[in-house]
Design a protein around this ligand. Structure first.
Ligand SMILES: [Zn+2]
Length: 536
């Protein structure tokens, strides 16, 4: 029995951190909803019985607190200063029915460099059919003396496009109010088996990538990529989140794992505030065991795991939870030293009741199979995946990138960060890491001839190709760059990149621009070997 389980675990292991995907890509079947908004009706609704129209306490009210402009060119007063988007969410969760009613206010300032006549958000759950019901979208803004409202919205796949009655000028802010209903899907059936960070099992409900985020606008184009089953395609700005979870029909001992500052105004209400975050994720269960440990930088690391993580691995009674917590503590401390301070007082690690790992700002999932497969030895996937997801707190959450077009910026750096963790804490396992993690998959030129490290996710037809090219050869490339530059200049470069990209969405030119002309020359051959776009 043990042998079979172990073999099964090994068979599903060979992919990677936040991108374990066991099947070939399949087209997603997004729903499309287009609604023209009639401002004569107070609440636009769509296929929603009146009884389901959201009632949230306190009721969010649309208030315009944006001063009109007095400047002759029509620009708004805020045009010179950058301000992050603010999300205020009230989510009423029927835990038993797995239904979430979301009332979501967004305040966004137009820093796109041009006037915009649409406002675009990404609503990830609508990648799946039958999950999202839009109840309504309203927008109010002022440009000069003109009041701007939403005239129509369209939800296609993850992309929610809101048409504005007039262009919103540079520096002007708008306030949007979205009302939507989510039918959280079960983990483990169909496509949703691959996306357990948004789904439920008998013992867990995971809300990852469940709330709308504002699409990044670059050069007048809103970035909202097509969904595919390879990698992530998230491009999210850094924003401030104020999220209230009102949980009904739940076990009395329900525990919620979520990042940020928490207060509990009522028994069934969890109120979180999380700043400079690309999203807000939460996981809930009445079976969590919670263990805590301070990281060297003072961050409180919290591990939410199930009983089998501590006592029931396939190899016997070894404490995978304790190991994962230790690894998270040590890697968080190490990366804070190397790449800049972790921004929050708390960091949350959740055992996901699904076969995957996934990163969010201030919270990561480490899949149950990595706990079940833990043998008591540090050389294995529980260490690798935990460290990998922690590293994404810098290479994704802090320094944002386009995960569809330049996935190497987060995945290659997160994978190489695994190696430097082993270097520091388990130096005897350095060669093991290269063999186990990289060389056993990327053996020869033919394994990667089709794709460079800097390939978009859309290049690949299998997950294996994607992991090999972007994660594993990406790690090789970074190691070669370190050898080109020397260890100290290499880590100095990564630190400066982490500072330059903090709370931004960056492109590779920023990464390379931080090298001196001499360093660019030192790295020329390596860049030419691994990259398609290697001239900087
Ligand atoms: Zn990853």
């Amino acid at each position: 029995m043990t042998t079979v389980l172990l073999l099964l675990t090994l068979l599903i292991i060979p992919l990677s951190g936040c991108n374990f995907r066991a099947v070939e890509p399949a087209p997603l079947t997004p729903t499309t909803v287009r609604v023209t908004i009639d401002h004569g009706s107070p609440v636009p609704t769509l296929n929603v019985p009146a009884s389901r129209v959201l009632q949230i306490i306190p009721t969010p009210s649309m208030q315009i607190d944006i001063p009109p402009t007095n400047t002759p060119d029509g620009a708004c007063p805020g045009s010179g200063a950058y301000s992050r988007s603010e999300h205020t969410v009230a989510a009423e969760i029927d835990y038993a029915a797995k239904i979430v009613q979301v009332q979501h206010q967004v305040q966004w300032t137009n820093h796109s460099g041009d006037a915009v006549d649409t406002f675009v958000l990404n609503l990830e759950p609508n990648r799946f059919s039958g999950v999202v019901t839009m109840n309504g979208v309203t927008v109010e803004a002022l440009t000069g003396e003109e009041i701007i409202q939403a005239t129509a919205f369209e939800l296609t796949g993850r992309r929610l496009t809101v048409e504005l009655s007039a262009p919103l000028a540079i520096g002007c802010a708008l306030q949007a109010e979205l009302s939507y209903r989510l039918a959280v899907p079960p983990v483990g059936t169909g496509l949703n088996a691959l996306n357990g960070y948004f789904g439920y099992t008998v013992r867990q409900m995971n809300l990852g990538h469940w709330l709308a985020t504002v699409a990044v606008n670059r050069g007048g184009e809103w970035i909202s990529h097509d969904a595919v089953q390879i990698g992530e395609q998230i491009v999210a700005e850094s924003a401030d989140w104020d999220v209230t979870l009102i949980v009904n029909n739940a076990p009395s001992d329900l525990t919620i794992a979520a990042p940020g500052q928490l207060d509990r105004p009522e028994n069934a209400v969890w109120h979180y505030q999380l700043e400079r975050s690309r999203e807000f994720a939460a996981s809930m269960s009445d079976e969590f065991n919670v263990t805590l440990q301070d990281a060297p930088d003072g961050t409180m690391v919290e591990l939410y795991s199930f009983t089998e993580a501590s006592t029931g691995s396939t190899s016997g009674a070894v404490d995978g939870a304790g190991h994962a917590l230790l690894v998270a503590v040590n890697s968080l401390g190490m990366y804070s030293d190397l790449f800049g301070a972790f921004p929050y007082p708390r960091f949350v690690v959740v055992e996901g009741d699904f076969a995957d790992g996934m990163e969010f700002s201030g919270l990561v999932f480490v899949g149950r199979d990595w706990f079940r497969g833990y043998t008591g030895e540090p050389g294995g996937y529980l260490t690798i995946i935990t460290v990998h997801e922690v590293a994404h707190q810098w290479w994704y959450a802090r320094v944002g990138n386009d995960q569809a077009i330049t996935p190497w910026l987060d995945e290659a750096l997160a994978t190489y960060s695994e190696y430097i963790f082993f270097e520091e804490f388990y130096p005897d396992l350095r060669d093991w890491w290269w063999d186990f993690r990289v060389n056993s998959f990327v053996r020869s030129q033919s394994d990667y001839i089709a794709a460079s490290v800097d390939s978009p996710v859309y290049t690949f037809t299998t997950v294996r190709q994607y992991i090999n090219a972007v994660y594993l050869r990406g790690a090789r490339m970074l190691h070669a760059l370190r050898e080109d530059l020397g260890t100290d200049p290499f880590f100095d470069w990564l630190r400066r990149y982490s500072e330059a990209g903090a709370n931004r969405v960056v492109t590779p030119d920023i990464f390379w621009s931080l090298l001196t002309p001499e360093q660019l020359e030192q790295t020329r051959e390596t860049r030419a070997e691994y990259l398609t776009d290697s001239d900087y």
